[in-house]
Design a protein around this ligand. Structure first.
Ligand code: FPP
Length: 194
């Protein structure tokens, strides 16, 4: 960070992006970038704005991150957007977030598709309202053959439920006789995670 040049006044965001881009070594870029969405509420509070304004600003950052990552040739961008813990938030906030997610798909899907990005969801997606699940599944289907960056959004995710799901899959396969207990190693577990 200390080597980063001071931000030049009067530059458009694109301009600043281009000059940063020129400083990046493509050989040293990560293949997979994962982002945990956080701080939307704090961002809004610091500006005396309602939380929803923070969530909207968070989505604007998602758009920028998506664009830049695709342009840089990142292979996978994973966005941890809504955890199982987040269901405990007030119903009005959860509803707003679901509405913003719907709006995001409705507005961005065509562009994502045209950029050759492949959209995927991970997590217990079926926990979400059916009108959101429908859009998410449609987005996955529409973009499934795209060969560009994979854009994964984790929804109703939790580390523990991911492990529980993998263990359930393994138990079912052992019961069905398609997996030997002796073959349960790190790779067997890892390949059954999201
Ligand atoms: C973290 O901020 C943000 C969330 C828990 C929700 C983010 C999800 C959306 C905006 C839904 C749409 C998602 C996509 C991918 C378009 P916070 O409220 O925890 O902020 P705080 O830590 O400052 O309280």
């Amino acid at each position: 960070m200390k080597d980063r040049p001071p931000r030049e006044e009067g530059h458009s965001p694109e301009g600043a992006g281009e000059s940063l881009l020129a400083q990046l070594d493509p050989q040293r870029l990560p293949r997979h970038i994962a982002v945990i969405m956080d701080g939307n509420g704090r961002w809004a509070r610091e500006r005396g704005l309602p939380r929803v304004a923070g969530h909207r600003a968070g989505i604007a950052s998602v758009r920028e991150t998506l664009e830049s990552s695709a342009r840089l040739g990142v292979e996978v961008l994973t966005l941890y957007a809504f955890s199982t813990e987040n269901w405990k938030r007030p119903a009005a906030e959860v509803n707003t977030l679901m509405g913003l997610l719907r709006e995001f798909i409705d507005k961005e899907l065509q562009k994502i598709h045209e950029q050759g990005v492949s959209f995927r969801c991970i997590g217990r997606v079926e926990d979400l309202p059916s009108n959101v699940v429908k859009r998410l599944r449609h987005a996955e289907e529409l973009t499934s053959a795209n060969s560009g960056m994979v854009f994964q959004v984790a929804l109703s995710y939790s580390g523990r439920s991911e492990i529980a799901e993998a263990v359930r899959k393994i138990a079912n396969e052992v019961a069905a006789g398609t997996l030997e207990p002796g073959a349960i190693d790190e790779e067997a577990i890892s390949s059954r995670l999201y």
